[in-house]
Each structure stands twice: as C-alpha cells, then as structure tokens.
Design a protein around this ligand. Structure first.
Ligand code: SAM
Length: 191
C-alpha cells in the first residue's frame, strides 16, 4: 500500500522551498496534510481554525479540502515565518491570517464557534485544551500532529506529549483517537 498523497496543493513546493531557505523545519508532513484536506472536505461552508500557521503548509492542505464558502483563520506568533504563508496563500480570500499569540487568541476570540481546529502549537494542545474545546461546535473536528518524536523537539518535550495523550480519555466533550501514523496524530470530535 502506497499512502503517498497524489493530490498536493499547487503552492506547497514553493512554500516548502521558502521554509527551508528560512530554516523553518516544522511544516506538516504530506500524509498529515492529505488527511487534513480530506477531513476539511467533510465540513462544507465550515469555519476552520489553525493555531500555528508556520510557513503555511497546513493551511495550503486545509484549503484544498475546504469548500468555496468555508473560512480558515490561522494564527501565528512569528511574523517572519507567517510572511511565507501570506506570500503564497494571500490570494485565497477564504483565509484570514492573524499575527498573534494563540494564548491571546483563545482569551479574546468572540466570533462564531469553529467546525474544525488544527492545533499545531502549545496553546490548545499542551495547555488550554478546555478553552480550545469551548470554541468548537458539537461535531467539530480537532486534529493535532507531531505526537511521535520529532527532530525539532526540545529535550524536555516527551513528558508533555505523554501527559497530553494520557488525559484525552478523561475529556468528557472530546472523542479522540490517537493514530501511530505520519508524525503521530490525534483526531478527535467535539461531543
Ligand atoms: C509546527 S509549526 C506549524 C506548522 C504548520 N501548522 C503546518 O502544518 O505546516 C508551529 C508554529 O507555531 C508557532 N507558535 C509557537 N507558539 C505559538 C503561540 N503561542 N501562538 C501562535 N503560534 C505559535 C511557531 O512559531 C511555529 O511556526
């Protein structure tokens, strides 16, 4: 079984090349991206949230799954790395780029609840999971990656991941499935 994605966002190679030039090595894997696109396609007209834009690889994958009336808000604290994403994806009027700390975003967001959250930084995953889940509609999807050891992890990171995975079954409003696939995923549904 060859699970290499056949359909990739047209901006992806240029995004990854710019990310490499900028020394940014945390873009999502293609298989993760492909799953994001597939899951995004289950929410026509949906409101999408990404915490941690990086250089825009995840956003590009989400965008190829999103319908024309869907909207993505993607939040990043590093203006320089997010500039790569803006450069390649700004033409897509469905995407709103927010330059902010995800902690602040979680504290101040007052808009409509989301149908999908791809959480790719610490807030909303390793801390403030409950605040993130409060922003999701029942039935919304919650996706995180990098649950398996990554070269970019700091030395003290494994216990953080272990703690996150261990408490998932105790969350009464999330039905989550850990997946030992791609970089290690959790796919959950807000209940
Ligand atoms: C794993 S990378 C994101 C990769 C991107 N989501 C993708 O799929 O290609 C994590 C990003 O989160 C950003 N980040 C870290 N802490 C953050 C915070 N508190 N608020 C917003 N962004 C943060 C980092 O600067 C980094 O660009």
């Amino acid at each position: 079984m060859d699970d290499t994605p056949r359909h990739r966002p047209r901006e992806l190679d240029a995004i990854l090349a710019d990310a490499e030039r900028a020394g940014f090595a945390m873009s999502c894997e293609d298989r993760t991206g492909s799953l994001l696109a597939t899951l995004a396609a289950t929410k026509p007209g949906g409101r999408f949230l990404e915490l941690g834009t990086g250089s825009g690889a995840g956003a590009a994958w989400l965008a190829i799954g999103m319908s024309s009336s869907a909207r993505l808000t993607t939040v990043e604290t590093d203006i320089d790395v997010q500039a790569i994403a803006r450069r390649h994806l700004d033409h897509d009027r469905r995407i709103e780029f927010v330059t902010a700390d995800a902690d602040d975003f979680l504290s101040t967001y007052e808009g409509e609840p989301f149908d999908f959250a791809y959480v790719d930084c610490r807030p909303g995953k390793y801390h403030r999971l409950l605040d993130l889940l409060r922003l999701l509609q029942p039935g919304a999807l919650y996706v995180v990656d990098d649950m398996l050891p990554q070269a970019t992890w700091p030395e003290d990171h494994q216990p953080r991941v272990n703690g996150f995975l261990a408490q998932l079954p105790e969350r009464p409003n999330l039905r989550a499935t850990p997946m030992r696939w791609s970089s290690g995923l959790v796919v959950g549904a807000r209940i």
